[in-house]
Design a protein around this ligand. Structure first.
Ligand code: GTP
Ligand code: SPV
Ligand code: MN
Length: 563
């Protein structure tokens, strides 16, 4: 069972109730003929012992959980209600960008040309013929064999392939997160971004939140941060500012389309959260903690001997006598050099359990977006918040995003990676064309465009400490964003964008946090940044970079010269 294939909703073996062949679960005969043909083709290729057509019922869910427990793939967590722990193969712990491919006839439709000597960053292309060969090397009979290890994976042969022209996903060899939850990154971002380009909308790696000020005025904000850079935390924020309220629409993906009134309307295409566990606590994200008390599957977290979970930053007082088991299944004690939970360990929980879901979170009309925020982990030089001068400049700011590498993918160390629009791992077509699509969205007749911003919660001081307290205090930044949307003249221009005037950002009750430390805009830093960006654009976008963005880079260089 090393294959997850979007063409096949199959379960290799199941309890007797599930293993009755094609007619089990929902009536196979009720499937549309094309779907039925698809399933039959997949079954001929993979040769499972039985095919189960899911009906999504409670009973089916319970039977699957029981079967996974029998197989040793899930362990119950009796401290909570219907919660489970999965420990994966230690080689299958994150998305594998190096083995994620877009399959198109012409390479240029998938990725921009890379300069000689540069290593590809904006996606991997595979030809249809190479895909066919890869499928033949992997899929025939792959569901016939019994499990060979405790976890269904095949790291040497992992392949996550997308055929955007056929809206098809073919994933093999990984049972982890975005590699195997095919509705998430594979469909709702990669395939959907291609659909969005064809149909004139946007499919983005963005959270969506509603924010209400003390006077009761509500706005909706979307924000794009790279993986493991704070989307879930911002989406579920408990404001540190009295009288403000945040409600959650989604924590990872936004589909956005201009409505008849010209406003950009966003829906969250997901029904649950797949959130980073380490760092999540009652202090940092109480709403996430409440969400994961029931009906939750935890992956690669640590376990406590009283039937609970454990991870770095959980900040729970240690109960005497309670011992811990690490994500590797080994005894673990506080102070051990290795972490108890894998840095990319996660919880998977139904969104409806989050105490602050927005009343409109499932509204098919979507919520009207007033502001879009870009951001990343920038230890130096990038201010806490700035606003773009206009849409075109904002698209440039999105294209120029960089962030420290995190454990959400296979990258090692803390190097700064370019991550345009937080979409680098998720583009479903040529990233240059993607930027052109964003520019074109700003030219739509009658569009009432959201304002565009950039934030950085992750500035560090000389001793390496965060200079901004983050989490609930990020509401202070959202409050300024809301006031800017209302037209408040509380910004001053810098070469990189508009920053809050001194006093315009509410820093009350934050001793030791100084305005000057939060808004470094220094010429040498930004000149270096602009040089690196020019090189990045040349090496990775080449002729496919929209000329408007070259013009924006030149404009930034010009403003820096006058500083
Ligand atoms: P993906 O699910 O991978 O897309 O990640 P995400 O963008 O939703 O990131 P998430 O909110 O899960 O945060 C990832 C890590 O960043 C966690 O360890 C958080 O505790 C930490 N984090 C989030 N917000 C802040 C913040 O404001 N300040 C600091 N210092 N850390 C933060
Ligand atoms: C991300 O990496 O951005 C995630 C986790 O949201 S995964 O679903 O594994 O891609
Ligand atoms: Mn994500």
């Amino acid at each position: 069972m090393h294959a997850a294939i979007a063409r096949l909703g199959g379960c290799r073996r199941g309890p007797p109730a599930l293993a009755r062949g094609l007619r089990a679960g929902a009536e196979a005969g009720a499937l549309p003929p094309r779907v039925q043909a698809f399933v039959e083709e997949g079954a001929r290729l993979c040769q499972p012992r039985a095919v189960h057509v899911c009906d999504g019922s409670e009973a089916e869910g319970a039977a699957l959980l029981a079967q996974l427990q029998d197989d040793g793939l899930l362990h119950p967590l009796p401290k909570y209600e219907n919660c489970w722990l999965a420990r994966t193969d230690p080689r299958d712990v994150a998305r594998v960008e190096s083995r994620t491919v877009l399959v198109t006839e012409r390479e240029r439709d998938a990725v921009p040309p890379t300069a000689p000597g540069a290593t590809r960053q904006l996606g991997n292309w595979m030809s249809p013929a190479a895909l066919e060969q890869a499928v033949q090397e992997r899929f025939p009979g792959c569901m016939r064999e019994p499990l060979v290890s405790q976890w269904p994976c095949n790291p040497e042969k992992t392949l996550v392939a997308h055929v955007p022209d056929r809206r098809e996903i073919i994933s093999f060899g990984s049972g982890y997160g975005g590699n195997s939850l095919l509705g998430k990154k594979c469909f709702a971002l990669r395939i959907a971004s291609r659909l969005a380009r064809d149909e004139g909308w946007l499919a983005e790696h963005m959270l969506i939140l509603g924010i209400t000020d003390p006077e009761g005025r509500k706005k909706y904000v979307a924000a794009a941060f790279p993986s493991a850079c704070g989307k879930t935390n911002l989406a579920m924020l408990t404001p540190a500012l009295p009288g403000w309220r945040v409600e959650c629409v989604g924590d990872d993906i936004a589909w956005m389309k201009f409505g008849p009134d010209g406003r950009l309307r966003a829906i969250n295409p997901e029904s649950g959260f797949f959130g980073v566990a380490p760092g999540t606590s009652l202090r940092t994200n109480a709403n996430a903690m409440h969400t994961v008390q029931r009906n939750t599957i935890f992956t690669n977290v640590g376990q406590s001997s009283d039937g609970g979970v454990y991870w770095e930053g959980l900040e729970l007082p240690t109960t005497p006598g309670v011992t811990f088991t690490s994500w590797l299944g080994k005894p673990w004690s506080p102070g051990d050099p290795e972490p108890c939970a894998h840095p990319n360990s996660r919880f998977c929980a139904p969104a409806r359990q989050c105490p602050i879901m927005d009343p409109a979170w499932e509204d098919p009309q979507g919520v009207p977006i007033d502001a879009i925020i870009f951001g990343g982990r920038r230890p130096q030089g990038v201010p806490l918040v700035f606003e773009a001068f206009n849409w075109r400049h904002g698209v440039f700011v999105g294209s120029a995003m960089r962030s420290e590498a995190t454990a959400a993918a296979e990258h090692a160390g803390k190097q700064l990676l370019h991550d345009p629009f937080a979409m680098r791992p998720f583009f479903g077509y040529n990233a240059g064309q993607y930027l052109a699509h964003w520019l074109a969205m700003g030219e739509r007749a009658g569009a009432r465009l959201p304002r565009l911003f950039h934030v950085n919660w992750f500035l560090r001081d000389a001793a390496g400490r965060f200079v901004w307290p983050g989490f609930g205090h990020n509401a202070r930044v959202l409050a300024w964003v809301c006031r800017r949307v209302d037209g408040e003249p509380s910004a001053r221009p810098t070469p990189v964008g508009l920053v809050p005037r001194p006093g315009a950002l509410d820093l009350a009750g934050l001793p030791g946090v100084a305005y000057e430390d939060l808004f470094p805009v220094e010429r040498p830093f930004w000149e270096h940044e602009a040089r690196q960006l020019r090189r990045y654009f040349d090496e990775h976008f080449g002729p496919d970079l929209p000329p408007e963005l070259t013009a924006e880079l030149e404009a930034l260089e010009g403003r820096l010269k006058k500083m």
